[in-house]
Design a binder for this molecule. Structure first.
Ligand SMILES: Cc1ncc(COP(=O)(O)O)c(C=O)c1O
Length: 416
């Protein structure tokens, strides 16, 4: 198979030596990440960051590619990709035959919405808490590409009292709108960080004849995932957020009965062949993030796996909230504890006369609050108020939290 002398695919494994005993916080930050030690990175959720060991391995694959580019693109890259796909599938309890690797959640959801065989008069359902880019997709799809398909938006307002609250709202809207053919469901809403009761919602949507596409961009690595138990028609999640993979790699797992209508964004050389071949060949591009997904999972497991990681991050996130509440009087957004995502939290900020409460002022407030400080934190605008959305990772610690709180406190003292 590998006919060129001296050019066999190599066998790379992540060096996990010392990872099981490294302490979270400052030690892991310094030893295992490239993060600037002077910076408090308090927003892992948006873009994540890649551990040194995973990055080093990615460089090795890149070097191998440059040693013999043709061999890489024609043979070896696919061989490595298949191995990565298998390991990602095993990690989420999916069948590898119906799991594809794509560059990110945005691409995957675009592919699904734009491939689906909607009939005229069908509707697509998203919610007021759907991720902004996906809201844009629904709006653009139903106005420009398929004006014969309607968009229905379910309003999910705060405070959200319970999972039953959410279920009831879905039941009502599905009952009232039997034309809903596709439901886009965020598994962990962003930025609001609610873990939606997806298993129950999938059942309800199916009872109403709707196909369920779960946008689990934030889910893998943050909450346990099993594709068989969730039972969605399509499930999408980013490995470059909470699983330490190089950007960009996401997986898209689907019920095999849908294989016939799923098409990659680019029609290319493998047209008519299996979906995994078509998705592999999307033109010339960098396959190394996909290939390294399995090494990122090796890193994730070697530093303790979900139980250990989330035990630490959840406590740290809760401690941060407690300090904001007890010392600054800032309150968290109201989410039932059972629906709270482990690593992400939101605190409501007071009003600032110089920054009128409007979405378009969010970035300037963010710049004013964090620009020129050691902290990067994300501000968001929800239901008429500014919130500080922070997301914590194993490299954060209490000392960093103190720095973050001080920055917010000083800003409030000068600007309220
Ligand atoms: C719910 C949700 N969907 C989609 C995305 C988009 O992810 P990406 O930019 O990797 O495509 C995000 C990113 O934060 C998200 O939170």
């Amino acid at each position: 198979m590998f006919g060129n002398p001296g050019c066999k695919p190599k066998k790379y494994e992540l060096d996990i030596h010392g990872l099981s005993s490294v302490n979270y916080g400052k030690e892991i930050k310094e030893k295992e990440f490239f993060l600037n030690p002077d910076i408090v990175f308090f927003n892992h959720g948006s873009y994540g960051t890649v551990p040194r060991r995973v990055h080093d391995l990615q460089m090795k694959y890149m070097q191998e590619r440059e040693e013999h580019p043709d061999l890489w693109f024609r043979i070896t890259a696919k061989h490595y990709m298949d191995r990565a796909r298998q390991e990602v599938a095993d990690f989420v309890g999916a069948d590898v035959e119906s799991l594809l690797l794509v560059s990110n959640a945005t691409t995957a959801i675009n592919i699904i919405v734009k491939s689906f065989p909607f009939k005229s008069g069908d509707a697509i359902l998203d919610t007021s808490l759907t991720y902004g880019a996906v809201k844009n997709l629904c709006a653009d799809f139903t106005s420009r590409l398929r004006p014969d398909v309607n968009r229905i938006i379910l309003e999910l307002d705060f405070p959200i009292e319970s999972a039953d609250d959410i279920i009831l709202k879905y039941e009502e809207i599905l009952e009232q709108n039997p034309e809903i053919r596709m439901v886009i469901l965020d598994h962990i809403t962003s930025p609001t960080s609610i873990v939606m009761p997806v298993e129950r919602l999938v059942d309800i949507c199916h009872k109403h004849g709707a196909v369920v596409v779960i946008d689990g961009a934030h889910a893998i690595g943050q909450i346990p995932l099993n594709m068989q138990t969730i039972g969605a028609d399509v499930y999408i999640s980013n490995l470059h957020k909470w699983c330490f993979a190089p950007r960009g790699v996401a997986f898209m797992s689907f019920d095999n009965k849908h294989a016939g209508w799923i098409h990659p964004s680019n029609t290319s050389w493998q047209l008519g062949l299996s979906l995994d071949k078509q998705f592999f060949d999307q033109g010339t591009r960098d396959h190394t993030p996909y290939i390294c997904a399995r090494h990122a999972l090796q890193f994730y497991m070697a530093i303790g796996g979900m139980d250990k990681i989330v035990d630490y991050t959840r406590q740290l996130a809760d401690t941060t909230l407690e300090i904001f509440s007890s010392e600054l009087g800032l309150e968290a957004i109201q989410i039932p504890e059972l629906l709270q995502a482990p690593n992400m939290r939101l605190v409501k900020l007071p009003s600032f006369p110089k920054f009128p409460c409007a979405e378009e002022n969010t970035w300037s407030l963010q710049q004013a609050m964090f620009g020129g400080t050691k902290v990067f934190g994300l501000l968001v605008f929800i239901s008429g108020a500014f919130y500080f959305r922070f997301s914590v990772q194993i490299y954060n610690d209490l000392e960093e939290i103190r720095t973050v709180v001080k920055v917010v406190q000083d800003f409030i003292a000068k600007n309220v």
